[in-house]
Design a protein. Sequence first.
Lengths: 241, 241
Amino acid sequence: MTILGNRARIGYCSPPFVTETFPFEFYMMVPDGVTLLITTLEIRTRTKEEVMASHQRSLEAAKYMADAGADVVVLGGNPINQSLGMENITDVTNALAAEIGTKVVTSTAAQTEALNLLGAKKVAQVFCYEDSEKERHTNSMRNLGFEPAGILACGSDFQNIGRLDGQLALTLSRQVKQENPDADAIHLGSAHWATAHAIDQIEQELDVSVMTSQQAIVWKALRTAGITEPIEGFGRLLREF
Amino acid sequence: MYGHRARIGYCSPPVVTEVFVYEFYKMVPPGVSLLLTTLEVGLEYTQQAFDGSFNRSIEAAKYMAGAGADVVVLGGNPVNQSRGIENLPGICANLSAEIGINVVASTLCQKEAMEKLGVKKVVSAHASGAQHDDRHHQQMENMGVESVGVASLEGYKLLGYGKIPTDCAFEIASKLKGEHPEADCVHLASAHWPTAHVIDKIEIELGVSVMNSQQAIVWKALRTAGVTEPIKGFGRLFREF
């Protein structure tokens, strides 16, 4: 008697009210026998109220996921995580894990650990939203403990990130690396635009490490759930760590 | 973009959704993506959960249309039928006119699927416990077919349907067909337990048509979005209509 998620069942609290890209890329990446338990949260445009409501729905969802037998729960969303205060994230996740009896990780912690393992020092950023979000993304990278080294925006509003051209991750990575040749890593920020297909090509062509939010979340969730084999096709992170 | 052929919106009743997304990406051809919002149905089927889910569905449908979805599915037979099955065509038509894209309801997808398959007498297998047998019987009758048998798996909660072993669907379908040999169709009810992998096997070995909720939803959404080619491996519905 076996179940679909016979190797691991991964819970993910997904910030976008309507979520598209994360599950698509999840099933591109994970090996057979791994399933996704997903709850979509409250982010429509990313107001402060939506961020707060998303955190509350995450806590409720995490309990449901634990009750449903998830092996690990990921609290998604750098802005949601960081709204708790960087210094509080570990305590929040530890307390929640103790309460629900399942491992809990955050998107923010997953990305920090990923950049550390990749040996990143100077991180160039490409993200999907408007130029007006550059400062927030730059600060977010500093909060993770890394030196920002250039940033480019795709220019989409939150609602339309699923419509972005699949080539943007690659073309803007080329541009940001050309403009910031000292960068040793490129962060493709946000787990909700098309990036997974481009990771290997960016690493090979530009001689950098790549960390995407989606990749780091899936990597950390898999490893926490005991799925430890190298996974090819989505960068050094899933291949080497 | 990932959904360059079709982008399908689905309002998914379980607050934590697992199996639907997994089976969706097993079924659809490359170039089709899923836009997902999870709703409010948690541990119990309550009118409050149905009302909250319906309202969240309407908001999600508007958001999905703004995000460029080709079609939106209002999921959940209980959620749909809580509005009155006779009202569903009007609800879908009015919402479609308001948001400018096609809207379908899970209930109507299943009804149309059974009409295409030529179903007269149906047996229904579900996982919500025998106390819900009458509801499932009535839902089939509401769709205009004769419900000749209903049976349930026991011991599973909606949010834990991902823990149902993969051979259960065939076993319960075999039991029902054995007890009701006059049935010309097996309905695997609910789009959230593992069924997609056994549709062909049930049709071939038991000599019936199969309509499962998840299959009917994805079939109707694909056809509505203009993805019309036959799809093999998931029953007559996808292969012939």
